[in-house]
Design a protein around this ligand. Structure first.
Ligand code: PLP
Length: 432
């Protein structure tokens, strides 16, 4: 439905009128076709779970605690689950206690709560460029202005964050939040280096900043390493978001937010106003999964699956891509971020890619502006042989496109890189 033909247009709240389906959502219908190798969605490989064990957990839960599991609960979420989630944080090295947690419907609701807690229309949020589509959605829902800080192989270029802070001050604008995904970032697949974490923490102190630290992928490091968290460095300045979506199952829709006490109290009120309480059934399934199953072994199993797939993708990229294509080298998480040569627009190219039976997400979905020459590949879901096939298809297409651009424009690309507003968007080469 085109917006200008929508008969309800005049009735919508102003902030809703301009809302559109993300590139990813719009793609879902097409990429579900079996002939297409989809690197588009960031779906965890839930088939790696032991379904007999999950089934036993659910059956026993309903049999033994049915009345409680099917009842309402408190707005902050169940105390036992919060204890366990705080334990997961400590397992990753993030200091935490159950009291500071609010259980949410996935990390997404946590981000949404934080956004609605802090942002008035026109407030500035500094976020990595590129950043998580769902994060952008939650921020723009509050009509915040997202300004990007470019990344490289070591994550957000924190020295450029200082420039953004100075620009915002010069514009007379308040930076209400810094949104970062420091570990195995979505979509870039890179992690924030330790020195940069320390510098970001320092800047937060110096400039009185509040940081939204979003960490769905921290436990999915291929070598089992963990990084020091921002929460650990400046606990009073960090609101931390976690989820069981990537370590157990996204269908459970269980996430959480850990915040300083006054903020936590506001988040509980906001969540109660929106949803009354997080789903008791899901909370208790996760509780009993964590209490009775070797969940750390399951996380290791997921890591092995994703590492094998990442390797398949990186090896295939090295053989299939034409010169001039660059990509990041993830050491955990789900994503490879690709930069194509000047003159190729990844949004325009998508239709041809689907004809070549391969799907990706165009880069522009991950920016408030920019990303034309970039795209995200997710290796979490297709098995290695499909990954090799899909990368070969994409490589063939990009070879053709590079030829086409050269034939039409010679060695001078037709357009400048980026959209002018974010001339330094994107991540320089790590390979390719
Ligand atoms: C960076 C990031 N944050 C948050 C989420 C939200 O996940 P969920 O709502 O399933 O916990 C995702 C999911 O892909 C993500 O990649």
């Amino acid at each position: 439905v085109r917006l200008d033909t929508d008969p309800y247009l005049e009735r919508y709240a102003t902030r809703v009128r301009g809302m559109r389906a993300s590139e990813i959502r719009a793609l879902f219908a097409v990429v579900a076709r079996p002939e297409i190798v989809s690197f588009a969605g960031g779906a965890p490989y839930t088939a790696a779970l032991d379904f007999t064990a999950v089934g036993d957990v659910v059956t026993r839960l309903i049999r033994d605690h049915g009345a409680e599991a099917l009842q309402y609960g408190g707005g902050q979420g169940r105390a036992q689950l919060r204890e366990q989630l705080a334990e997961i944080m400590r397992y990753e090295g993030v200091p935490s206690h159950a009291d500071e947690l609010v259980v949410t419907i996935g990390g997404q609701q946590a981000i949404e709560l934080v956004a609605s807690c802090f942002l008035d229309p026109g407030d500035v949020v500094l976020a990595e460029g590129p950043t998580y589509v769902g994060g952008l959605g939650a921020l723009s829902r509050q009509e915040a202005e997202v300004r990007h800080v470019p990344m490289d192989a070591d994550g957000m270029q924190v020295e450029l964050l200082e420039d953004r802070l100075a620009e915002a001050a010069a514009d007379g604008r308040r930076v209400k939040l810094v949104y970062t995904i420091p570990n195995h970032q979505n979509p870039a697949g890179v992690s924030l280096s330790v020195p940069r974490r320390r510098r970001l923490a320092e800047l937060a102190e110096q400039h009185d900043l509040l940081i939204l630290e979003d960490n769905p992928y921290g436990l999915l490091d291929f070598d089992g390493r963990t990084w020091p968290s921002l929460k650990e460095m400046v606990p009073d300045r960090v609101v931390y978001v976690g989820t069981v979506s990537k370590t157990f199952a996204p269908g459970a829709r269980v996430g959480w937010v850990a915040a300083p006490t006054p903020i936590r109290d506001k988040l509980i009120l906001l969540s109660e106003a929106a949803i009354l309480c997080p789903p008791t059934l899901s909370q208790m399934i996760v509780e009993s999964w964590l209490a009775t199953q070797p969940w750390q072994d399951q996380v290791k199993r997921f890591c092995e699956v994703y590492e094998e797939r990442a390797e398949a993708m990186l090896t295939a990229l090295a053989t299939e891509m034409p010169p001039g294509v660059e990509w990041t080298r993830p050491q955990g998480g789900f994503y490879v971020w690709l930069t194509v040569p000047d003159g190729i627009d990844t949004g325009d190219l998508l239709a041809k890619a689907l004809q070549h039976r391969v799907a990706y997400v165009p880069g522009r979905g991950f920016y408030a502006g920019g990303g034309r020459e970039q795209l995200r590949l997710s290796y979490s879901f297709p098995p290695p042989e499909r990954i090799r096939e899909g990368v070969a298809r994409l490589g063939e297409l990009l070879h053709q496109e590079v030829e086409l651009v050269r034939a039409v424009y010679g060695n001078r690309p037709p357009v400048p890189r980026g959209d002018g507003r974010h001339a330094d968007d994107g991540i320089p080469s790590q390979g390719g």
